[in-house]
Design a protein. Structure first.
Length: 270
């Protein structure tokens, strides 16, 4: 699933082509993706100018005066800005025609993505109760330390809880835990303030670097300009179970934590 850096890469790629443009028509080639596409997409969005493309967690919002289109890429979704006469491919489910003569096209083979609507001044229920953004000032080691007290769940599960912090998925949690030398098995409530400060710093560093490098290319992700991300080749832990640890050379361990594949070094991570 595209994680925060991939979604942020998509946002940055779309913004110069979409912001300030007016939606002329909305073409829905099917009535639903993961959920039914609300009537507002066809009835309210056309005629509106896209004032801003925002990201909240792994969602993209196309803000207009009448409300916001709320997009999630799901497992395999992609958004591309294309000439209006570009032939439609399989799984091109939605076109938003822009007054530039281009279309914003949503392709989603597995249909785990979504296109929803958020009214002006409202917060969609999917965005309610989310934790802070990991690159914001509200996220730091002191915040994690305070929130984790008394929690017995593994620290990896704690960090992947979207009510704790948004958008830090399996790939980047694994990399941050490795960089900070913290075992994913350690109870969240047993991690010290100092180590949470290291973890927060590593999460911010790794996410920022991944955004700069264009995200992580895993299976289906392609950025809006058609280029893959380049962070995957730099992964130290994720997907490398059984391979030598980049630090000590011992084989990296692998197990399922919270039904997610987890890789770590039993020597370097405590």
């Amino acid at each position: 699933m595209p994680e925060l850096p991939e979604v942020e890469t998509t946002r940055r790629g779309l913004a110069p082509h979409v912001e300030g443009r007016r939606v002329v028509t909305a073409t829905l080639r099917r009535p639903d993706l993961r959920w039914p596409i609300p009537d507002e997409i066809r009835q309210v969005l056309p005629g509106q100018r896209i004032d801003q493309v925002r990201r909240r967690a792994k969602y993209l919002l196309l803000d207009t005066a009448a409300g916001s289109a709320l997009l999630h890429l799901g497992m395999s979704g992609s958004l591309r800005v294309l000439p209006a006469d570009t032939p439609v491919r399989a799984h091109d489910h939605v076109d938003l025609a822009l007054d530039s003569g281009q279309v914003l096209r949503f392709n989603d083979p597995r249909r785990f993505g979504s296109l929803l609507w958020q009214g002006p001044g409202e917060t969609h229920e999917l965005l309610a109760d989310l934790g802070p953004e990991p690159l914001s000032d509200a996220f730091d080691g002191d915040y994690l330390f305070a929130l984790s007290r008394g929690r017995s769940a593994p620290v990896k599960t704690f960090l992947m809880d979207q009510k704790v912090v948004v958008g830090v998925g399996n790939i980047y949690v694994a990399e941050a835990l490795f960089a900070a030398g913290v075992s994913p098995l350690r109870a969240a409530g047993k991690v010290s303030r100092e180590r949470y400060q290291q973890l927060a710093a590593q999460i911010r560093r790794i996410l920022g670097h991944a955004i700069d490098r264009g995200g992580t290319t895993l299976r289906d992700f392609i950025s809006p300009d058609g280029a893959p991300g380049y962070f995957e080749q730099e992964l130290s832990a994720y997907g490398r179970g059984g391979e030598p640890c980049p630090r000590c050379g011992r084989p990296l361990k692998q197990a399922a934590i919270g039904q997610r594949a987890t890789v770590w070094c039993g020597t370097c991570q405590r």
